[in-house]
Design a protein around this ligand. Sequence first.
Ligand SMILES: Cc1cc2nc3c(=O)[nH]c(=O)nc-3n(C[C@H](O)[C@H](O)[C@H](O)COP(=O)(O)O)c2cc1C
Length: 217
Amino acid sequence: MEKVTVDLADLRREYRMQPLRRSDLNSDPLLQFNRWFEEASHAESMDANAMSIATVAANGQPTVRTVLLKYYDQEGFVFYTNLESNKAKDLDGNPRASLLFYWSELHRQVIINGNASRISAAENVRYFMRRPRDSQLGAWVSRQSHVISSRAVLEQKFSEMKQKFARGEVPLPSFWGGYRICPTSIEFWQGRENRLHDRFRYSCANDDDWNIERLAP
Ligand SMILES: Cc1cc2nc3c(=O)[nH]c(=O)nc-3n(C[C@H](O)[C@H](O)[C@H](O)COP(=O)(O)O)c2cc1C
């Protein structure tokens, strides 16, 4: 059998961006995130809102995958998904999640730990109605995370749904919706030279009060 060994030890780059200083930080981590997100939206060629979300299953197995952040506010960070997917099962059993953004152009990483909850049906409908029609149909087609026999099954189901909902609005599937991750801690990481990176962690003390600590890189 063919074997592959790839040594990436010499694949390295220096991170020479501007520092992140304690005095630069907004006392509200959401406003700090907002500032970094706006900068990432300009700097990244694609998908500044792509984030990894780690969840943990009942048997203790963690899984991480990418989803798209759809909005954020003082209540938390919202993404949409199939409510019968593996990630949804994980979150329904254990609502703790970890989100990670890596903005490579800026040498920045943000890690958000927090508690997940399903968002309201009204909010789901509001967002679903703003999706392009084919994405709405796509939500009906896929039993996300389930094993399927072929791609043809998906394409067949897509045609069926197109016919079924040929007239009028595509309704919101009962098995599709959003989760909001309400943060308990948010860490901002700025790459610096010689691996002496800047890291600041906001931890929720109570309600709107956040402690800010510098962490060793
Ligand atoms: C760039 C990118 C964006 C994605 N956005 C979403 C998303 O917003 N919602 C979603 O359910 N899956 C999204 N996916 C697919 C997920 O990574 C994953 O394959 C899917 O949700 C099934 O995950 P699960 O089986 O662990 O539940 C995205 C994948 C990529 C690469």
